[in-house]
Design a protein around this ligand. Structure first.
Ligand code: 26W
Length: 810
């Protein structure tokens, strides 16, 4: 593909010039009329939202083209981020802010009698992800655009994102999500950018060469969403693949009147990009999932090679121009697929091909949980991807040849399974963990033998979050105060928040800081009253735990301590208690019964506590259903206390923990994941630490009756378990939680009992600090001031320098 030169040298990427509200108003009206075909007199919020989105999108196109042009012209290295998940959330306001057009848009809409907020909230979340890993990919896309790192995200355009959650009788009920039910204004459909992806069939030999004859094929069609960075200085592409049939339908069958059978090929193909797998941290081993992973990876690699070759570069030079990052092992078939394309389609030798693959590929590990590590039965891999299984075996043999001292238990194919972690490690030049502690554990436990064979291959890149969405957009009150205190521009240079430290001893600044938080708490209290029917007092401690429901994240510890606290207040209602609102949010994987039981318990406890006249405003429990990115943007800025209480050694990093601290919440947390580094940055005095360390957890588990011992040592915990077992929170079914209580006494793998007392003590320390507003707001402000390190810009700079060998084009 050759680019057409239009008029000499292309214009350079330039700084944004914002249109006037009048100009932008006519842009919106033009789209309302000509794109939506609506008269302003009859337009709905939906129509206005689309008109506004198109008007904003128009203004991304120019920086987007300029960035693409500059990347070609300067022959720059491109970074390809392969991820099964991109948890984007809403796009409109984020795009408006990065384009510097938020206020212009709001003003223009006002003259049209429309409310910007209402329009923003009409947009459905793009929920193409489960949790941390998917949201991280979205933050990284935004930071790559902000930093001018030429990059593409590759993913799947799921028709249905993460399921919607509601509660019935306190139980989670799932229903399909349907974001594409309406027009999606942010994407450009590219029917011409399509590739065939094969499955199954057989491999034959033709003159010493392997030829794979797939038994099934589908078409991967590109849908491009521009991702604009801060100040509109650069824009990259998120390319999502939709599966289409290669043969449209069976005309013979149709003519015979067998309509359902005629449509079969189409239905089968579309299944591939129909729905996001809702499993977070559990590996299911389903054939459709493997097909989705290969579908994404094969389409992406074909696209990457097409772009490389069309620029006139040699395949041998791929690593100079291309860096490919695998977001966990989900796209780890990239190694074998790249080798297959190079060897089978382009005629390179295996040794040359694997060297190229290793030089291009990087692998990020996001979890140590054994149940989350992908392994595919060789029979399944051999059935779905027969050629790839051969190549995987060749890679394994090649690796053993080069490392004859490799222990016999180490390798890619073992016990009739393909281990995707080992495959990703061996086919990548860099393997990274996502926090300092996690990377140490990856080195010492998960990949210790491979690390010994490849010293230096494992590196750390501590996660980060984008301050544009998670501070500037989500928290206008605090953002305004920050700009007032340290001047504009901190959004793209987050270390400048350090400048706030000079203000924390100023009582007026602390009062402003507290006022910003109060504004957010009042807004949240209104929303809770409106949507949950629970009244909460904005002067209470807003204590928030939002994340996927998982035993290791220990929402159970939180709710048990809530019960203990409730019980203590009831024993002495006249005591000097600090009012609290304990807020939960999160979904459980549909098949994860233990997590679902915890959800039900929280809701059952909330029903009892919220209706107790004795405790009244002193304690409320709120659990709004369907936690998602948009709800996070509401809750996090209003939090006083951030619950990061996982069993040490289990949470790879966490990123919610960063968003809370950045927004001036104090953390109550264990020494797990990035909590360790957050505590180092904000200072140990500004962090409520409790609990066993990762090493102590391992030791503690060696005591066979650790749970029983811990429960017997804590009267409050015994009382709590007794109340639950008696059915105080499930009077209609007293035995409902007998299994859960039994498990607490006899197993408690995640050491809830062992950490209970330390956690309760830390909670009392939180209350003591909250009673001293000067200290509290000083600590809160210091948290914000010292969180600059956790910008995803810092993280992306690290990946660019240490893994991708890519440079900023700005
Ligand atoms: C194949 C099943 C499956 C699906 C998703 C296994 C594992 C996953 C992810 C790796 C789970 C995940 O999202 N991990 C989270 O990644 C975040 C970003 O690095 C971290 O902050 C979290 O600690 C980690 O749990």
């Amino acid at each position: 593909m050759k680019r057409v030169e239009i008029a000499g040298k292309p214009p350079p990427v330039k700084d944004l010039i914002a249109p006037s509200p009048e100009t932008f108003r006519s842009d919106i009206l033009r789209h309302l009329t000509f794109t939506m075909g609506k008269d302003a007199a009859h337009a709905s919020v939906y129509d206005w939202r689309l008109a506004l989105s198109f008007a904003l999108r128009d203004r991304i196109v120019e920086p987007w083209f300029a960035a693409t042009r500059q990347t070609w012209d300067e022959g720059r290295k491109r970074v390809y981020y392969l991820s099964m998940e991109f948890l984007i959330g809403r796009i409109l306001e984020d795009a408006a802010i990065n384009l510097g057009l938020r206020d212009v848009a709001a003003a223009a809409l006002e003259t049209l009698g429309q409310d910007f907020r209402a329009i923003v909230e009409d947009e459905p979340d793009a929920a193409l992800g489960n949790g941390g890993l998917g949201r991280l990919a979205a933050c990284y896309m935004e930071s790559m655009a902000t930093l001018g790192c030429p990059g593409y995200g590759y993913g799947i355009r799921y028709e249905h994102g993460l399921f919607k959650q509601r509660f019935e009788g306190g139980r989670q009920v799932e229903s399909p999500e349907d974001w594409l039910n309406q027009r999606h204004p942010w994407e450009f459909e590219r029917p011409e950018a399509a590739y065939e992806v094969g499955f199954k069939g057989e491999v034959v030999r033709e003159g010493g060469r392997a030829v794979w004859l797939p038994g099934e094929t589908v078409r991967a069609e590109a849908h491009d969403t521009p991702v604009v960075g801060w100040a509109g200085r650069w824009a990259n592409t998120l390319r999502l693949w939709a599966a289409k049939p290669t043969t449209l339908f069976d005309l013979d069958r149709f003519n015979r009147g067998d309509y359902a059978a005629a449509a079969e090929p189409e239905a089968l193909a579309r299944t591939l990009s129909r729905v996001l797998y809702p499993d977070d941290t559990t590996y299911a081993g389903k054939e459709l999932r493997l097909k989705q992973e290969y579908f994404l990876t094969s389409a992406a690699l074909q696209d990457i090679l097409r772009r490389h070759l069309s620029a006139g570069y040699a395949l041998e030079d791929l690593p100079q121009h291309v860096a490919i990052q695998m977001n966990d092992t989900h796209p780890a078939i990239a190694g074998p697929e790249l080798i297959r394309l190079l060897v089978d389609q382009h005629g390179l030798g295996f040794d040359a091909a694997i060297d190229i693959a290793v030089a291009c590929l990087g692998y990020t590990n996001h979890t140590l949980l054994p149940e989350a590590l992908e392994r595919w039965a060789t029979y399944l891999m051999g059935n779905v991807l027969p050629r790839h299984l051969q190549i995987i075996e060749e890679i394994d043999a090649w690796h053993l040849r080069h490392h004859p001292t490799r222990p016999h238990w180490v390798g890619i194919v073992k016990h009739h399974e393909v281990r995707m972690g080992e495959l990703a490690f061996i086919t990548a030049h860099k393997v990274n963990g996502v926090s300092a502690l996690h990377t140490d554990l990856v080195r010492q436990n998960l990949f210790s033998e491979l690390e010994a064979l490849h010293p230096g291959r494992i590196v750390n890149q501590t996660n980060g979050v984008t301050p544009r969405r998670w501070l500037r957009m989500a928290n206008p009150a605090l953002s305004g105060l920050i700009t007032k205190a340290i001047g504009p521009g901190w959004e793209a240079d987050l270390d400048r928040l350090k400048g706030l430290e000079a203000h924390v001893d100023d009582a007026a600044f602390r009062a402003d800081f507290a006022a910003a938080k109060r504004t957010n708490k009042v807004a949240l209290a209104d929303w809770i009253a409106r949507t949950q029917g629970v009244t909460v007092c904005p002067d209470a401690i807003f204590d928030v735990q939002v994340k996927r429901i998982h035993e290791y994240k220990r929402q159970l510890l939180n709710i048990l301590e809530t019960i203990a606290h409730w019980h203590a207040i009831r024993q002495n209602p006249q005591g000097d208690w600090v009012p609290r609102v304990r807020i939960f949010g999160g979904k459980a994987a549909p098949g994860y019964l233990a997590a679902k039981e915890i959800i039900r318990l929280i809701n059952d406890v909330a029903a009892v506590i919220n209706n107790d006249p004795v405790t009244g405003d002193l304690l409320k429990v709120v659990y709004p259903a369907n936690y998602n990115v948009s709800m996070a943007e509401r809750l996090i800025p209003a939090a006083d206390l951030s619950e990061q209480i996982s069993t040490a050694g289990k949470e790879a990093s966490g990123t919610g923990n960063m968003k809370f601290a950045l927004n001036g919440a104090l953390t109550i947390g264990t020494l797990d994941g990035a909590n360790v580094e957050i505590r180092e940055q904000v200072g140990p005095d500004n962090f409520f630490l409790f609990g066993l360390t990762a090493a102590e957890v391992v030791e503690r588990r060696k005591t066979p009756d650790h749970a029983r011992q811990a429960i017997l040592a804590s009267q409050p915990l015994q009382d709590v378990l007794q109340m639950i077992a008696e059915g105080q929170f499930s009077p209609d079914e007293p035995a409902r939680y007998h299994g859960l209580v039994h498990n607490m006494w006899h197993s408690d793998y995640f050491l809830v009992a062992s950490d209970f007392t330390a956690y309760a003590e830390a909670q009392r320390a939180v209350e003591a600090a909250f009673r001293r507003p000067d200290d509290w707001w000083r600590m809160a402000a210091l948290n914000t001031a010292r969180m600059g390190f956790f910008s995803s810009d810092r993280a992306i700079r690290g990946y660019m320098a240490e893994i991708w060998g890519a440079a900023s084009a700005l």
